[in-house]
Design a protein around this ligand. Structure first.
Ligand SMILES: [Fe+2]
Length: 252
């Protein structure tokens, strides 16, 4: 599709005049920063908990098996939470003692385990049992997808290709980029690398082998095809609405 082509969207459903009109940061009203600025709960240093699965281990069958979910959540995800708490506490001890000799190691542990915890938490809530999910995006979500990708099929093709083509272990993610007020698809090769600062993950798919190997062995494409049957757009849309409270101005 042409980069200049105007895309259809429901009249009056989009802020800032719709596609092609970047928001003017000077015109955006913003409340003074305070400790109660965010509506999101704060997690104190070293106090992260493994979120409970929002459904039973077997709820994603026949697409993802009970044992895969149990091992993935209770062992792999829990390991990231434990590692994140340890990294935060070690970094805190460094700051207290003024000795930063091991800082690089603990920063890497912070990025690796912090990204792992966040992405897995989103991954679990992005999915729902086949009978309970919203199977396709609603009108406003579809309009944003059309503005950002041209079509729902175009978006799904790009996300699937991004996940199939991640080198080694990683993720593919639908993100809202607050800097240019559009959705994007990003590859996450090992999840501590290739981050895009300011981008907020909305929909993520885990393509580390532990996510699908018991069910699909090396057939990642088959797993991805099945995974689409589990995506819950209620959750993606909730994440989109929350992410849109954020702005990243590109001018002062
Ligand atoms: Fe995983």
């Amino acid at each position: 599709m042409s980069g200049n082509k105007k895309l259809e969207s429901p009249a009056g459903s989009l802020p800032n005049g719709g596609p092609g009109q970047a928001p003017d940061s000077k015109a955006i009203p913003v409340a003074p920063l305070s400790l109660t600025h965010s509506r999101c709960p704060r997690v104190d240093i070293g106090q992260h908990d493994l979120p409970p699965l929002p459904y039973p281990y077997s709820a994603l069958e026949p697409y993802i098996g009970r044992e895969t979910v149990r091992i993935h959540h209770d062992i792999h995800h829990k390991g990231y939470v434990t590692g994140l708490n340890q990294a935060e506490l070690e970094l805190s001890r460094q700051r207290d003692g003024g000795d930063f000799a091991l800082n690089r190691y603990w920063e890497e542990q912070l990025a690796f385990n912090g990204s792992g915890h966040i992405l897995h938490s989103i991954y679990w809530t992005n999915m729902a049992p086949p009978s309970a999910r919203k199977p396709s995006p609603g009108e406003a979500m579809l309009a944003w997808i059309n503005i950002s990708f041209g079509s729902l099929d175009g978006f799904k093709g790009q996300l699937t290709a991004a996940a199939e083509q991640v080198q080694g272990s990683g993720w593919a993610a639908l993100v809202w980029n607050p800097a240019w007020q559009r959705l994007e698809v990003l590859q996450i090769r090992r999840h501590e690398n290739l981050t895009e600062w300011g981008a907020i993950p909305l929909l993520v798919v885990d393509v580390w082998e532990h996510a699908y190997y018991l069910d699909y062995q090396n057939r990642r494409a088959e797993y991805l095809k099945a995974w689409w049957n589990l995506v819950d757009w209620n959750d993606v849309e909730r994440r989109m609405a929350l992410a849109m409270d954020s702005c990243v101005p590109l001018v002062r």
